[in-house]
Design a protein around this ligand. Structure first.
Ligand code: SLL
Length: 215
């Protein structure tokens, strides 16, 4: 399929979470694990607020430390995660591939696998039995996305918006659409304010009519 045209002066951004959690193996687990492994951990790429990122992410490749067997792990469906055990912390290279129809290039991130309590939450994590969490918030940005990507994200909004931003350009079909969306939202907000004002006016009238005349 041809990539189609790019939507000029447009930017799409989507938040994702990249991180790991880890906890020490129990003596029982250690007995069954690889001799020198001390922790179990999970590295993941997730949507924010439970967003189904598999609508636009085709696969995530996690490149682990060379001490691991098959250190390149390709995950092609949800959850995009790798669960392992080990003894050491290291940098994991994470490559995110988008749906081929989008024709968007893959993106690479790095995450330092954390096994030991650290930083400001160290005491909290120690108290929680050494349960460690290290999560980074990333914003994936598509500059001048292909039309397919644009449609995909406008049809799958998250939170209070679709993360689309288009530079105002009156004859641009997408900016016209966005302007219309904005105008519709303003209209709704105005109506809401008008309704509230009417309710308060009515309440005020009722209160005033109940008030006894001052003698
Ligand atoms: C370190 N630079 O020295 C790091 C390397 C490697 C971690 C950490 C076990 C792999 C396996 C494992 O935890 N490797 O035995 O499969 O701290």
């Amino acid at each position: 399929m041809a990539p189609g045209t790019r939507v000029s002066k447009c930017q799409i951004s989507r938040p994702i979470l990249i991180g790991n959690d880890a906890k020490p193996l129990t003596p029982e687990e250690r007995a069954h694990a690889h001799t020198d492994h001390t922790h179990t951990w999970r590295i993941f790429v997730e949507g924010v607020d439970g967003e189904d990122i598999s609508k636009w992410i085709k696969k995530v490749v996690f490149k682990l430390h060379d001490t691991y067997n098959n250190s390149t792990r390709s995950i092609e469906s949800l959850p995009f995660e790798v669960i392992e055990t080990g003894w050491g912390e290291f940098d994991i290279m994470i490559r995110i591939f988008f749906m081929p129809e989008t024709h968007e290039k893959s993106l690479t991130f790095y995450h330092r696998l954390k096994l030991h309590p650290y930083g400001p939450r160290m005491e909290e994590e120690k108290a929680a039995g050494g349960l460690v969490e290290s999560v980074q918030y990333e914003e994936i940005v598509f500059n001048e996305p292909f039309e397919y990507t644009y449609k995909l994200f406008s049809e799958n909004p998250i939170g209070d918006g679709h993360g689309l931003a288009v530079e105002s350009e009156p004859d641009h079909p997408f900016s016209q659409q966005l302007e219309q969306d904005e105008a519709d939202k303003m209209e709704l907000a105005l109506q809401h304010v008008k309704n509230l004002t009417d309710t308060y006016k009515q309440q005020l009238n009722e209160l005033q009519s109940q008030r006894l005349p001052v003698s």
